[in-house]
Design a protein around this ligand. Structure first.
Ligand code: ZN
Ligand code: ZN
Length: 423
């Protein structure tokens, strides 16, 4: 027998006026291939994600396009609904943003290494003896001008850092200085097209590298390191140049208020690139020791106390395990990430997406073009018959096979924030 009509009406009333929030969790590199018949997702014990899968709908995602191997940066652009082919201009600008530099359209951004060279500029160590903190060295060079172009330099983690060139007539069409190999000489930076801008930029970067050697080789910090038998960080090597593009802000693009929560600089940079706040959180390290609870707490605070609409969370440790070719660690990190979802199971106004930005198979030790699983939960969502969150189950899910930039429109629709196309 059907319940009385007012039963249904009352149920409808309940959901109709619900303002829905979106939680979008990206388990970095979570997808894998089978080893001995199973993937890490299939081996991991993850009751919360499985609960969401059972009550939600799954599908598999080609984050860029079938068979295309995504970088974390291009993948996240796609997941945020941007066309990665139009919006991506290289890793340098993102790294600079992640390092806290306020980049502007037209700036040229680079990743840099503090390295050790001998007096003939032959690389002795690309990581300068794994220097712990290169900030005092970066400060010496930061803010100087070369040929009217401003140099902005920040040290980030260990030997890594970011460089920005700001000025007129610059180009990113230049080569790298880093030979990527010990025993090789530092490479002269050259233009890769015929433009005056590329020639001038190459010239400025070469001058900057020379300056870095002159100013760092006798720096007190390096003298002290040498005394302790450590390698000096006596040169700065830029690579991965990219021009900062004009990217429509996420808020303008989707008309909703977001936050981007990540541990690693590159991804924080990406969030800020899209105009989203990307807070530095204590304990969110991007490594095996990361504390995902810090992230979920920040996300829920944003959504429920700061009137936010969408919170992105990147969990990096699954990718790290894939690169380390460590099956057990990947399982362990999936189980660690699962704890986050304990905090959301009681939320009846939350739209949840869990996916990866790409696969990082432990048998490959690097990213692959294999699609990633996606699970969506939303109030009243049309569920499918899948029971567990995994590559295999997701491939049988109700969403079928979609692309990375399809996810945002689906989330907008499920949270009733989308607008009708047509009359
Ligand atoms: Zn990634
Ligand atoms: Zn990776």
């Amino acid at each position: 027998m059907c319940p009385p009509l007012n039963f249904w009406s009352r149920m409808i009333q309940e959901v109709m006026f619900m303002s829905k929030k979106i939680l979008f969790v990206i388990l970095d590199g979570v997808g894998d291939r089978v080893l001995n018949g199973r993937t890490p997702l299939e081996v991991a014990v993850k009751p919360n994600m499985d609960f969401i899968a059972k009550n939600g709908v799954q599908g598999i995602v080609d984050v860029i396009s079938p068979g295309v191997i995504p970088g974390s940066d291009t993948a996240h652009l796609s997941l945020m609904g941007y066309d990665p082919y139009k919006s991506y201009t290289g890793r340098g600008p993102l790294e600079a943003m992640g390092a806290g530099i306020e980049v502007k359209p037209g700036d040229i951004g680079f990743r840099v290494n503090f390295a050790t060279v001998d007096e003939n500029w032959i690389i002795k160590d690309r990581r300068a003896g794994r220097i712990k903190d290169a900030r005092p060295l970066a400060e010496v060079l930061d803010g100087m001008e070369i040929d009217g172009v401003k140099i902005i330099l920040r040290a980030t983690v260990e030997h890594r850092g970011a460089l920005v060139l700001r000025g007129e007539g610059l180009s990113d069409k230049i080569t790298d200085a880093d030979p990527h190999e010990v025993g090789k000489p530092v490479l002269e930076v050259k233009p890769t097209d015929d433009s005056e801008e590329a020639k001038r930029t190459a010239d400025i970067v070469n001058k900057f590298i020379k300056k870095s050697y002159e100013m760092l080789k006798d720096h007190p910090l390096n003298k002290e390191r040498e005394k302790q038998g450590l390698l000096p960080a006596n040169i700065v090597l830029p690579r991965g140049p990219g021009k900062v593009p004009h990217l429509q802000s996420f808020e303008d693009k989707w008309g909703i208020k977001g936050i981007f929560i990540a541990g690693v600089a590159l991804l924080k940079g990406l969030g800020r690139f899209a105009g989203l706040p990307a807070p530095d959180l204590e304990g969110a390290t991007g490594g095996y020791d990361t504390n995902p609870m810090v992230k979920i707490d920040r996300a829920l605070k944003f959504l429920y106390e700061e009137d936010g609409d969408i919170a992105f969370i990147n969990f990096k440790a699954t990718d790290v395990a894939g690169h380390d070719m460590n099956f057990e660690k990947k399982v362990e990190m999936i189980e660690k990430a699962d704890k986050m979802f304990e905090k959301v199971l009681d939320k009846d106004d939350l739209v949840i997406a869990i996916t990866g930005d790409h696969s990082t198979p432990v048998t490959k030790g690097d990213h692959s073009g294999d699609p990633v699983p996606l699970v969506l939960y939303a109030p009243n969502v049309r569920t499918d018959n899948t029971l567990y969150f995994s590559e295999r189950e997701a491939a049988m899910g109700g969403l079928g096979r979609i692309k990375g930039f399809d996810i945002m429109p689906i989330l907008m629709d499920l949270s009733d924030k989308a607008h009708k196309f047509g009359a």
